[in-house]
Design a protein around this ligand. Structure first.
Ligand code: CP
Ligand code: NVA
Length: 310
């Protein structure tokens, strides 16, 4: 029996059990099928989602907005620049006030603690649309994409190359919760958070899945089913761009590196990509790349989150 997720926040994949993640994935698949069949599915008629952004977005903003519309509800884009937040109203008071108007809040911001504080003050579900620490809605869409391509998740091998960032952290949780073996290859000084790695190892051990962090990109890809990367300088790290470019060069996903991986390995990227930096055109535009299927699945994954929580 599926448990009710109504009223829950969506802040970290680590807050959910495997069964709950499976429920999100099954719901997303069902909603996607109905959309493709032209069957309306509008469980959120009359409901409104507020979307607070302090960072730019293409996919997250548009996929959440279209998801609410197609589910029969409405989405409001709230630039933090134009809210009283900018003039010092607290995140807690903002959460209390928004709870009086809305049915859910999606927020993309810098400090992860701000999302936790907002969720603690709000009486409606809060969805993490990316912080400096985590990006869970992306990884739910990624798990959906991998499941569609491979037919299962447990036992697959994923290699992540580059910066040990918000994507790495959510991929660690997503892989650990679903039994995917996960290796992060990052340069010295750019490793993922050790607390998150430790929690992921604990979760993964329930499946017998391995979680590893290495400096060797070739070691990571040699038996990978999935090769994943992300930008080397995330939003807010623009000033470090040149330094990171130099230090992360050996982790670039190019044809030479793909040749060291199994021929069936799929290439994934959350996008936006910095072509010529973390990935070359030949790989991202090549036959192993599934990046635009990933991007599409943001819509279907977001609909599952909204349908189950709101
Ligand atoms: N992948 C992702 O979150 O994209 P946006 O920054 O465009 O939302
Ligand atoms: N790590 C990237 C992900 C963008 C979707 C960033 O935070 O900018």
């Amino acid at each position: 029996m599926a448990v009710s997720l109504k009223g829950r926040d969506f802040i970290s994949l680590n807050d959910f059990t495997w069964e709950e993640i499976d429920q999100f994935l099954k719901t997303a698949l069902m909603i996607k099928l109905r959309l493709k069949a032209g069957e309306p599915f509008q469980p959120l008629t009359g409901k409104t989602l507020g979307m607070v952004f302090t960072k730019p977005s293409t996919r997250t903003r548009i996929a959440f907005e279209v998801a609410m519309y197609q589910l029969g509800g409405h989405a409001l884009f709230l630039s933090a620049q134009e809210l009283q937040l900018r003039r010092g109203e607290t995140i807690e008071d903002t959460g209390r006030v928004l709870s009086r108007y809305l049915d859910g809040i999606m927020i993309r911001t810098f400090a992860h603690q701000d999302v936790l504080d907002l969720a603690a003050a709000a009486s409606i579900p809060v969805i993490n649309g990316l912080t400096d620490l985590l990006h869970p809605t992306q990884v739910l869409a990624d798990l959906l994409t991998i499941y569609e391509k491979k037919g299962h998740l447990i036992g697959l091998k994923m290699a992540y190359l580059g910066d040990g960032n918000n994507m790495t952290h959510s991929l660690l949780y997503g892989a650990a919760k679903t039994g995917i073996h996960f290796t992060a290859a990052t340069p010295k000084g750019y490793e993922p958070d050790s607390g998150i790695v430790a929690r992921a190892k604990e979760e993964a051990s329930k499946w017998g899945a391995q979680i590893r962090v290495t400096e060797d990109p070739y070691e990571a890809v040699k038996d990978a089913d999935i090769i994943y990367t992300d930008v080397w300088a995330s939003m807010g790290q623009e000033e470090e761009h040149a330094k990171r470019l130099k230090e992360m060069q050996p982790y670039q996903i190019n044809a030479e590196l793909m040749a060291k991986a199994p021929g069936h390995a799929l290439f994934m990227h959350c996008l936006p990509a910095h072509r010529g930096e973390e990935v070359t055109d030949e790989v991202i535009d090549g036959p192993q790349s599934i990046v635009f299927d990933q991007a599409e699945n943001r819509l279907h994954a977001h609909k599952a989150i909204l349908t189950l929580l709101l």
